[in-house]
Design a protein around this ligand. Structure first.
Ligand code: UD1
Ligand code: CA
Length: 452
């Protein structure tokens, strides 16, 4: 669902996150192989924002570089001093000049807010000028408290500035807030920093809005959605919660997980119905496993596509650009990178296939290596349909093996092999009669002499 009004996102990502004890800016720490801020951006993307402004500060360059890889239309504005959440949002003022829709503010360190929850805020905006996302906190601690009067939200009071009576309130502020852009920037202009932290609090806009007779309401969500990450421990706990949710979703979607607790998902993993996943399988970003494909134990996949009926592993590694067409097989201790295995192609044992196309039904023998890298450039290997690559073949790319061609075991292929030909490049074998026994006797005698 999309709101009737256009929406602009302001994502706050300027904080240092000193409690992470890290050189990496907090919002770039990862859950499910994606930075925290990317999770927030993905949630916001369900509202199809017309503009997305990210407020950066600590580690700004790194944050901007990383996030623009995920979305090249992000607008970055810098907050050089972190003077509070209202001051942070104010940095987006110029970027949103003339924008007449709604603004939604999200935090870059709060990864789990769902699209549905944001949609419910959009719905609440139909009847209220300002909408805040709240939650009932088990331990309200340092959260801002939502002070309500019936259905009206009258103010948000920061814990540091609250009276004992206000501190007893368990309805807390998640930090997510939505209102018309014009309202937002008008109210922010009036925010003062006369409080315990001497910061410009975004939360003050509620009281300011009410003083102007604007209406404000709180929409609530589950506390798990508003979980913010401040420490490594919280990050690890959030990762565990994320994995638990992904496992449940996969099982509900009809995926077989032999050992759910040992399957690790990325934020964007797609597993088809009746896909079969063995124990200890790790999915990096950008993996699709089609319906009915099987990934056996201890395999590691990223940036790849596994079609129906394909079988991978055990102990296989699929790297970015691996494309397995229907019924293709990748066996144990095989690495595939930037390579297509066409229908029914097999690479069953101990091989590296990189920058290659393996034709339909081709069989790549044990220990085959595509020598794709000369130290500077990467080169391509093409193996024709129905070709048979003998064990321990080295394919020195760029090179092409034709359809239904063969290579003998141990062949070093440096020149193209025409369709249907057999390539052999090994020294002819000779047997020296009785020489093995003689050699052994000689060596043993030598050892006895030495030990004596
Ligand atoms: C804020 C809310 C509080 C709420 C809580 C939820 C305010 C004043 N308080 O408190 O009501 O319960 O979040 O977690 O808004 N940031 C900037 N620039 C700044 C300040 C903050 O980018 O100058 C970013 C931070 O990096 C962070 C987010 O804004 O991602 C929230 O700031 P933080 O200082 O953590 O606010 P809290 O004190 O937790
Ligand atoms: Ca916080």
């Amino acid at each position: 669902m999309v709101s009737s009004k256009p929406v602009a996102l302001v994502l706050l990502a300027a904080g240092q996150g000193s409690r992470m004890n890290s050189n990496l800016p907090k919002v770039l720490h990862q859950i499910g192989a994606a930075p925290l801020a990317v999770h927030a951006l993905r949630a916001a993307s369900t509202l199809e924002p017309e503009k997305s402004v990210v407020v950066t500060g600590h580690g700004a360059e790194m944050v901007e570089t990383t996030l623009s890889k995920h979305d090249d239309e992000l607008i970055f504005v810098r907050q050089t001093e972190q003077n509070g959440t209202a001051h942070a949002v104010d940095q987006a003022r110029a970027a949103l000049d003339g924008f007449t829709g709604d603004v939604v503010v999200l935090y870059g360190d709060t990864p789990f807010v769902s699209g549905e929850t944001l949609q419910s805020m959009v719905d609440a905006r139909e009847t209220a000028d300002v909408v805040v996302l709240g939650f009932n906190a088990k331990d309200p601690g340092r959260y801002g408290r939502l002070i309500t009067n019936g259905t009206s939200l009258d103010a948000i009071v920061e814990a540091k500035d609250a009276t004992p009576e206000q501190l007893a309130v368990t309805l807390c502020n998640s930090g997510v807030v939505m209102c018309a852009a014009q309202t937002m920037f008008e109210l922010i202009a009036d925010v003062k920093n006369e409080n315990a932290s001497e910061e410009y609090y975004l939360t003050d806009i509620i009281g300011l809005a009410r003083a102007r007779d604007l209406t404000a309401v709180a929409v609530t969500c589950d506390e798990a959605e508003t979980l913010g990450i401040n420490t490594r421990r919280e990050l690890a706990a959030a990762e565990a919660a994320f994995q638990a949710r992904k496992r449940t979703e996969a099982l509900e979607d009809g995926v077989s997980l032999a050992s759910p607790e040992s399957t690790f998902f990325a934020y964007d993993t797609v597993l088809g119905r009746d896909a079969v996943i063995g124990p200890n399988v790790v999915f990096g970003p950008d993996v699709t496993v089609e319906s009915g494909a099987e990934i056996k134990a201890f395999s590691h996949l990223e940036g790849c596509h596994v079609s129906q009926g394909a079988v991978v592993g055990p102990f296989a590694r699929l790297r970015p650009g691996a494309e397995l067409e229907e019924g293709a097989k990748v066996g144990n201790f095989v690495e595939i990178k930037n390579a297509t295995l066409a229908e029914g192609a097999k690479v069953n044992h101990l091989s590296y296939v990189g920058d290659a196309h393996v034709g339909a039904g081709a069989n790549v023998g044990a220990g085959t290596i595509t020598c794709n890298y000369d130290g500077v450039f990467k080169h391509r290997t093409v193996i024709g349909a129905g070709a048979f690559i003998g064990s321990n073949t080295l394919l020195v790319a760029p090179v092409e093996v034709g359809a239904e061609a063969m290579t003998g075991s141990g062949t070093v292929v440096t020149e193209d092999v025409p369709d249907g030909d057999l390539a052999l490049s090994r020294v002819r074998q000779t047997n020296k009669t009785g020489l093995a026994r003689k050699l052994m006797q000689m060596l043993r005698a030598k050892k006895m002499k030495k030990d004596a």
